[in-house]
Design a protein around this ligand. Sequence first.
Ligand SMILES: CC(C)(COP(=O)(O)OP(=O)(O)OC[C@H]1O[C@@H](n2cnc3c(N)ncnc32)[C@H](O)[C@@H]1OP(=O)(O)O)[C@@H](O)C(=O)NCCC(=O)NCCS
Length: 169
Amino acid sequence: MQEDIDLSSITIEYMKKEDIDEVLKIEHASFSTPWSREMFFCELTDHPFSYLYVAKDEKKKILGYICYWLVFDEMNILNLAVDERYRQSGIGSSLLRFVLEDGADKGAQNVILEVRCSNIAALELYEKFGFRQVAVRKNYYDNPDEDALMMALEDISAYRRKERCLKVG
Ligand SMILES: CC(C)(COP(=O)(O)OP(=O)(O)OC[C@H]1O[C@@H](n2cnc3c(N)ncnc32)[C@H](O)[C@@H]1OP(=O)(O)O)[C@@H](O)C(=O)NCCC(=O)NCCS
């Protein structure tokens, strides 16, 4: 069942090891080949280039999360999911907006990601932020077998300028 959410009450913070249980529930409900506990743990502890954030409500309940790598000046968004009860309320956009700013602050120039070609919700979200399809990876996914669309936001500074204009205008 869809639940109402007040976006202004949401905070975005670093994911912690204690968050993994809650994150895994959303992960398993969201993907047919979910990340394991070990994968989240490894991103949190072993990869200094990996950034993980959670969106929480005022009671500190986790509503969604995002993970990206920053390698030199390239961001790679590896994971993004929102608790299905709170989708289409702007939480995915808030997480994406947050990491684009965060990555740009850390020196990112461009952003890439992969998405299942049937994942209309994610494709529309990324297109809204200016991502464009740059390649197809044949049979990249399994369960079910499916191509990945590789999408890129090639000039993060242009995205930032546009966001600032939207705020002023
Ligand atoms: C993709 C996902 C993260 C979007 O999160 P969300 O919080 O629902 O997204 P938002 O509410 O910020 O929506 C932003 C835009 O995305 C698009 N969108 C979101 N859900 C959509 C849907 N079901 N159908 C079509 N477009 C959709 C719309 O363009 C929307 O803008 P609008 O509200 O002005 O129409 C969420 O659907 C999800 O967790 N899906 C399962 C996991 C997943 O597929 N992750 C992406 C892996 S690449």
